[in-house]
Design a protein around this ligand. Structure first.
Ligand code: ZN
Length: 256
């Protein structure tokens, strides 16, 4: 019975995508968990229950003790380096390439959307591709530093001044990248269909962004394991495995 219900819902989601002119997707941690990256709010994720993230992954904690931050981050960094895009990432990239998706706004820092081939990706919480020296503020492409850190567990240092490099990922208590937030807002204001994928809509400003479209009459599709505060406004609501659902939706849309 459940399978039939979701087939119908998948068909309805595909129909909304076909009918929409300007679809925008918001993605959260749930889109990366099938790639082996734990959601820091999910229960039983040892990485986050052994340490209070506020104690190690805040900007002030980083400034005070970058060595402790990098010791804590190492396990997650290794998982992120090893991670590959999953069928949900690939389905979103295919929809964009087919002109069915204007772009993505993501809360993830892992770069898996770009690895899957998505081009318009606004990263609200920054990324690991770049890093900045906390002493002299020189900016670096992080790739080589990141690889060496994952291999050796040694915190990356600035080649110029020896200060610690901080990844350009947003830590707790840190300002979000202004340009990404503004571009994401602009994207949602244009949307006539919003897809919320793998986000429980608990963290602002991402949580409020769909409202920029919904309050102008846009439709909403939610694919997320947990409930969200916008469930009641969704035209299609799928509390299902997104790595199963999204490829089926994309398949139907791209079939024409
Ligand atoms: Zn420096």
């Amino acid at each position: 019975m459940a399978a039939q219900v979701s087939s119908l819902q998948i068909h309805r989601a595909a129909q909304l995508l076909k009918d929409a002119g300007r679809t925008v997707a918001l993605t959260g941690a749930g889109v990366s968990t099938p790639s082996g990256i734990p959601d820091f709010r999910s229960a039983g994720s040892g990485l986050w229950t052994r340490h209070d993230p506020m104690q190690v992954a805040s900007l002030s904690a980083f400034r005070y003790d970058p060595v402790r931050f990098y010791a804590w981050f190492h396990e997650l960094a290794a998982l992120m380096r090893a991670a590959q895009p999953n069928p949900a990432h690939l389905a979103l990239a295919r929809l964009e390439q087919a002109g069915r998706l204007l772009g993505l706004v993501t809360q993830n820092i892992d770069g898996l959307h770009q690895a899957a081939g998505s081009r318009v990706v606004h990263e609200l919480h920054g990324n690991l591709r770049q890093a900045t020296c906390v002493r002299c503020y020189r900016a670096y492409s992080a790739g080589g530093f990141f690889d060496e850190y994952v291999d050796t567990a040694q915190p990356p240092r600035c080649p110029e001044c020896g200060g610690y490099l901080k990844p350009d990922a947003v830590l707790f208590g840190e300002q979000l990248p202004y340009a990404a937030v503004r571009q994401a807002d602009d994207l949602f204001r244009q949307a006539d269909l919003v897809l919320v994928i793998g986000s429980s809509l608990e963290v602002t400003p991402a949580a409020r962004m769909p409202l920029l479209a919904l309050d102008r009459g846009a439709s909403l599709v939610i694919v997320n394991r947990e409930c969200t505060y916008l469930d009641q406004r969704a035209a299609v609501l799928l509390h299902e495995d997104l790595a199963m659902v999204l490829p089926r939706v994309a398949e139907e849309v791209l079939r024409g």
